[in-house]
Write a protein that binds this ligand. Structure first.
Ligand SMILES: NC(=O)C[C@H](N)C(=O)O
Length: 485
């Protein structure tokens, strides 16, 4: 059952080949059998899942519901789920039971009728590229248990790659959907900033954070993104603009599609084997009729330093709310208010989160604000301008998602800068707010390689269309890790 596409699952449910209850039980059994090896779930909501499945079965029996009714999904633990622990991968929120549902939780489970299997592990407050900063321990890559799955959505991708969930939600501030998708052979899409509501998504860097999905194909991703997207009056950054039909657009031929390869994305630092797989994919796009050209995004190399000013600055402000008073972790046995703040934050936050809060506080402080924060905002504008110019020449931008395949657990934990450089190809899309995705394009020594596609604002349909056409011509995305088949 776990090798079916979402469309096949929906057909199977409607043809009564299996019920939503049976489908849910299948995944719950797989989680029980396999998750000990990969640590992809923080919370499994078996009881609630079976109740949602029963409700879906009733709907299906009345021939009601939509294309996702009765299909299971795992939620990244950054999304608030009413009555269910929502930890954001942090000790700070280990005791936090969300009092309300995030808008996407409401949309996916209450409106689209999907079944929530549980909450996925993640880097603490989404800060990380390897899922090693989680309070709940690292996630292992199902393709090689000695390697990282990427981050911060490491639990979401590991669960889907291992077939413990058919699809999962994720979030992307600097690459957290695309980098882990690339390292685990999944298709992950970060839509345009403002396309998916962030109401109830725990904030990290508010001018960059965006919710999205990780799936086993562009088609699966299209169904779920469709159900997540749309205006939400509860999120002031949500954009009031109609959502394209992402599924209907998948089958359009891509003859004449103009694809640009930024030369900065193929420069030094890119592993030659990864470059070879990406260039092979370019060949496939050419055969499908796409027109390839070289472009330049001259300021793209500045995206990592820019991000590591802007993101920590915003994080230091967003994370000020965790004070040990209102909710979350509270240190015991303190005598003064100052001690309460200090010890609650010192004990509740892990070292990477503390590092970012300190960097953010520093770059915003009096005397340094102009030198760092203001300058970073100016560079950010230049990066946006690069994309604006590029999209005058081409429809999509193509490059690698990461410089290399998944690295060993522990390999970069002592070197934050090496860890930050994981997002060298992904961050620019967040700074500009454009949609971007990663899709499988081959293997190096049995480890997956990801291809990145970036589009113009609100061009999710075109991205998914190109990805789907590529996946009709290739079968990399259908490969599953041996040990989890
Ligand atoms: N949140 C993200 O998109 C991941 C990024 N690697 C970071 O640590 O900030």
């Amino acid at each position: 059952m776990h090798s079916l596409t979402l469309k096949e699952m929906a057909a199977g449910l409607r043809a009564r080949k299996f019920s939503a209850r049976e489908l849910t039980q299948h995944y719950l059994r797989r989680i029980e059998t396999f998750d000990g090896q990969i640590n992809s779930f923080i919370t499994v909501t078996a009881g609630q899942a079976l109740a949602q499945a029963a409700a879906a079965d009733e709907k299906l029996a009345r021939a009601e519901g939509g294309p996702l009714t009765g299909i299971p999904l795992a939620q990244k633990d950054i999304f608030c789920t009413q009555g269910v622990k929502t930890s954001c991968g942090s000790r700070m929120l280990d005791n936090f039971i969300a009092p309300y549902d995030a808008t996407i939780v409401r949309k996916l489970h209450h409106e689209a009728g999907m079944v929530m299997l549980g909450k996925c592990n993640m880097d603490e407050f989404a800060m990380g590229s390897s899922n090693e900063t989680s309070w709940y321990g690292p996630v292992k890559n199902p393709w090689d248990l000695t390697r990282v799955p990427g981050g911060s959505s490491g639990g979401s991708v590991a669960a889907v790659a291992a077939g413990l969930a058919p699809v999962a939600t994720a979030s992307d501030t600097g690459g957290s959907i695309r980098q882990p998708a690339a390292l685990t052979n999944l298709t992950g899409i970060k839509p345009t900033y403002g396309r998916v509501s962030r109401y109830g998504m725990i904030a990290f860097a508010s001018s960059l954070d965006q919710a999205g999905v990780v799936a086993r194909s562009a088609e699966d991703a299209a169904y779920v993104l469709q159900a997540m997207s749309g205006f939400d009056p509860l999120d002031s950054t949500s954009v009031d603009r109609p959502v394209d039909d992402l599924v209907a657009g998948l089958n359009r031929p891509i003859r004449g599609l103009r694809i640009g390869l930024p030369k900065e994305y193929f420069a030094a630092g890119l592993a030659p084997e990864v470059r070879a797989r990406v260039m092979a994919a370019v060949g496939v796009f050419e055969q499908l009729g796409a027109v390839i050209s070289e472009i330049s995004l001259p300021n793209a190399p500045l995206s990592v330093p820019t991000y590591y000013v802007v993101a920590p600055a915003e994080a230091s402000s967003n994370l000020a709310r965790y004070d040990g008073v209102r909710y979350g972790y509270r240190a015991q046995g303190v005598k003064t208010l100052e001690e309460l703040y200090k010890r609650s934050r010192g004990e509740g936050f892990g070292p990477e989160v503390q590092r970012r809060i300190m960097i953010g506080t520093y770059v915003l402080s009096h005397g340094y604000y102009d030198a760092y924060y203001l300058k970073a905002q100016k560079v950010r504008k230049l990066i946006c301008e690069d994309f604006r110019r590029a999209f005058e020449q081409v429809d999509l931008v193509l490059g690698p998602t990461t410089t290399d395949v998944a690295f060993k657990l522990g390999a970069k934990t002592d070197d934050p800068v090496a860890m930050y450089l994981n997002d060298i190809y992904t961050i620019a899309a967040n700074l500009a707010g454009i949609p971007a995705m990663s899709l499988p394009c081959g293997f190096v020594d049995g480890l997956p390689v990801g291809l990145q596609l970036m589009g113009n604002y609100f061009d999710e349909a075109r991205l998914l269309n190109a990805a789907h056409q590529y996946q009709q011509a290739t079968d990399f995305h259908k490969q599953m890790p041996q040990a989890f088949r």
